[in-house]
Design a protein around this ligand. Structure first.
Ligand code: SAH
Ligand code: SF4
Length: 415
């Protein structure tokens, strides 16, 4: 059985091509059918039909969110029967979900082997006053669409709804400050497990952006992530613009280069330090590809006009939060069209690091802004629901080792 979300539109067209041919063979004369059954070659028309059918199926699943083959009324009976037998629309079942007062909504999903992953919806308000209004709504018990809520906060209140998704169960990169890193890598996610996170979230809210900033190092799971991006960008699939899909990486240099050759999406780099000594101490990946190699890959990364690389910088108190650090960051990104995203450390029990004071964060930001660098501070969204990387998962005891729920059976989720 093939999972629908793991095939691209052109792969699907190839899979269903022989079906159309059976039909066209039936239409031809007997003699014709006899000779063509020896070695059948698809005609132009067969190929066109298969492409058209694949497009129709993509629309049903990704744009209309219809997951039952029988409900796809404009497909032939034969095709529906074949789909039923050979392809399944993958579903994630929700193990838990929690919403913070700022609208951040975190989901913990059960995978089919009992492991768990997280995705988060992060809303960005249009204006402060709208944010306040939305917060009041949420305090009154409102939730995203699809849930028990009269007025979903999704509507016009939010300028952006970003889906923050996972690419692996755990992560092998072992960054010292990161809870997922402490848990280690369990396994890569398959393409369908990546794509379905967005599909499930989209059924709940009109997601506008996707960031690979949940659990895992996306470029370590390269092929599955690239294929998932192709499906997200497909205009007949999820139809996200390339500017709105961002891959965040800890800095796997050869994979960054390959990414630039393979697919046009936005890139975010977890810089997190201003010297090699500092970076190697918290990010082991830096011992293999140092800051110089990383910055060279960024300089050479193909960027179309008006696009920039985002540099994420987790601020750890007394470690990398001085103005000398800010000065070095400024020098490092010189010449690269960039924006800086400062992330005050989200404290958790698995780490000795602390979050710097708001004044330190503001001073760091001001230093960079005064030098003309677009610098945002990621306000600690969803702190009250443990929204930092890997945290929801950890409180359920589903981290490495205890990850297998033997009694758990895949659930058939109705629409
Ligand atoms: N593995 C990828 C993407 C997932 S991590 C990467 O490292 O880029 C997404 C971001 O969360 C990274 O920038 C990482 O530095 C940051 N992060 C991880 N744990 C954090 C924490 N406890 N507090 C704040 N930011 C954290
Ligand atoms: Fe992995 Fe990113 Fe966490 Fe580092 S910060 S351990 S790369 S998820």
């Amino acid at each position: 059985m093939i999972y629908f979300q793991s095939v691209t539109q052109s792969e699907l067209a190839k899979l269903i091509l022989p079906l159309g041919s059976r039909q066209s063979r039936r239409d031809r004369s007997n003699l014709d059918a006899l000779s063509s059954s020896v070695e059948w070659q698809p005609t132009e028309r067969d190929i066109k039909t298969a492409r058209y059918r694949a497009k129709q199926i993509f629309h049903w699943v990704y744009q209309r969110h219809v997951f039952e083959w029988d409900q796809m009324s404009d497909l032939s009976k034969d095709l529906r029967a074949w789909l039923k037998e050979n392809i399944t629309v993958y579903r994630l079942s929700e193990r838990d979900s929690r919403q913070a007062l700022d609208g951040t909504h975190k989901f913990l999903w059960n995978l089919h082997d009992g492991k768990t992953i997280e995705s988060v919806i992060i809303p960005a308000a249009l204006q402060e006053k709208d944010a306040d209004e939305a917060a009041a709504l949420l305090e009154g018990g409102a939730r995203f669409a699809g849930k028990a809520s009269d007025e979903p906060v999704t509507s016009e209140k939010w300028a952006r709804l970003t889906a923050c998704i996972s690419s692996q169960v755990g992560c092998a990169m072992a960054c010292k400050f990161c809870l997922t890193g402490i848990q280690g890598l369990d396994r890569h996610l398959e393409t369908h497990e990546i794509v379905t996170q967005v599909l499930e979230l989209r059924r709940q809210a009109p997601i506008t952006n996707i960031v690979f900033m949940g659990m895992g190092e996306p470029l370590h799971n390269f092929e599955n992530v690239v294929k998932a991006c192709e499906i997200m960008l497909d205009t007949d699939g999820m139809n996200f613009s390339k500017r709105k899909v961002t891959i965040s990486t800890s800095g796997l240099v050869p994979a960054i280069e390959e990414l630039g050759r393979r697919i046009d999406v936005s890139l975010a780099i977890s810089l997190n330090s201003s010297t090699d000594e500092q970076r190697s101490a918290i990010m082991p990946v830096n011992r293999k590809w140092n800051i110089e190699a990383l910055m060279k890959a960024c300089r050479e990364f193909p960027l179309s006009s008006h696009r920039r690389i985002t540099f994420e910088y987790v601020l750890l108190k007394g470690f990398n939060d001085s103005l000398e650090d800010a000065a070095r960051v400024n020098r490092l990104v010189k010449g690269i069209p960039s924006k800086i995203n400062l992330i005050p450390f989200n404290e958790h029990s698995g780490s000795v690091y602390k979050r710097p004071s708001d004044e330190t964060v503001r001073a760091f930001q001001k230093y960079l802004m005064d030098r003309g660098l677009t610098t945002t501070v990621r306000i600690s969204r969803g702190r009250d629901i443990l929204a930092a990387c890997g945290q929801l998962r950890s409180i359920f005891g589903t981290a490495r080792g205890s990850d297998r729920h033997k009694d758990w059976q895949p659930e058939v989720v109705n629409q």
